[in-house]
Design a binder for this molecule. Structure first.
Ligand code: ZN
Length: 343
């Protein structure tokens, strides 16, 4: 099922079944963004960039459960709270993808307003090319790419609630630290059906609009409850490979909420996977009508389910179904060094 969903190019339906509005849900909303997953090449370079340069914590070192010959890294705050997580499949030698329609084209993090100058300086010092783009909805945006070409943004914001747990060792002083995900940019050939799904089913509301960018939110208090839609009818579809986002996951508070969403998607005749156990959360996947792979993940059980909070990310963790193959898996994975903290 997941393999079917990953087929390209996506097929775009003419209309969604809920044009009839029979299954509009007025009570439950998605809880914001859970994580974003992207594709990298060299695992060590990926690890160093996100932990040592950007100061995120590696909260889990595991393998891609669907492809155990490759790593799956999770970066986030101290305990990997939903809304702080960026995860990677590092595939050495993977060819470079391209950004385009049907993709999350920019992955953004919150930084405190007063940290903008610090990050300009830090990125320059580490020879990361960056540009300051004109303010977006009155917030400063620094834009740059990771070593594989993934487009990243640091967005200066006021106070965020709840503040991520930043009590771990990192080279980035707390006052300048990344504070979880900010509004990612979703690029679409046409936004109509995606917009309908987001608002009529998932409870997003339009909160701002400027120059072709429309901002939607499922709650106040955190920029990780927002997404931006950008419509580019003239652009081509992106190709998902190294340096691009593989999927975006939204939060369900628990299994009941997740099953609710799965039923609603089935009612809309949107192909959705069964619930898949990802060890640290449970997931369902579907392609939204504009072609972007969406996931809905439960908040729990979280990353401390198989190692202590202090030791998160220090050891290769495998789910029970792969534990029997540990020696073969370890032998096939590239050797990496996970340094504590970093400078
Ligand atoms: Zn995911």
């Amino acid at each position: 099922m997941l393999a079917d969903l990953l087929r390209e190019p996506p097929t775009i339906p003419d209309r969604l079944a809920f044009a009839t509005k029979t299954c509009v849900n007025t009570f439950l909303k998605l809880r914001g963004i859970h994580h974003i997953t992207a594709i990298a090449t060299d695992p060590q370079r990926n690890l160093d960039f996100y932990t040592r340069l950007l100061g995120l914590r590696l909260v889990k070192r595991t393998v891609n459960f669907d492809d155990p010959g490759s790593y799956h890294f999770y970066f986030g705050d101290r305990i990997g709270n939903p809304g702080t997580l960026l995860t990677f499949f590092p595939w050495p030698g993977a060819r470079r993808g391209s950004r385009g329609n049907g993709q999350v084209v920019a992955t953004s993090f919150q930084i405190p307003n007063q940290a903008v100058a610090y990050w300009n300086e830090r990125l320059k010092e580490h020879q990361v090319l960056w540009e300051k783009i004109s303010n977006r909805f009155d917030e400063e945006v620094i834009r740059f790419a990771d070593p594989d070409g993934l487009l990243l943004e640091l967005i200066g914001t006021g106070a965020t609630e709840p503040l991520p747990d930043l009590s771990y060792s990192t080279a980035v002083p707390n006052e300048f630290a990344l504070r979880g995900l900010h509004t990612p940019t979703l690029q679409l050939q046409t936004t109509d059906l995606t917009l309908e799904l987001l608002t009529d089913l998932f409870g997003f509301e339009e909160v701002a609009k400027k120059e072709g960018r429309r901002r939607f939110s499922v709650g106040t208090g955190s920029a990780s409850k927002q997404i931006d839609l950008v419509e580019r009818p003239e652009a081509g579809f992106g190709h998902v490979a190294a340096g691009t986002v593989h999927h975006i996951a939204f939060r369900a508070a628990n299994d009941e909420e997740q099953l609710h969403w799965r039923e609603k998607l089935l009612e809309l005749k949107i192909g959705v996977t069964p619930v898949i156990d990802r060890e640290y959360f449970r997931s369902i996947y579907f392609r939204e009508p504009g072609g972007i792979l969406f996931e809905i993940a439960t908040d729990g059980p979280g990353f401390a389910v198989d190692e202590s909070v202090e030791e998160l990310g220090q050891h290769l963790k495998l789910p029970p179904q792969l534990e029997g193959d540990r020696s073969a898996i370890e032998a096939s994975l590239p050797v990496i060094s996970v340094r504590r903290g970093g400078s």
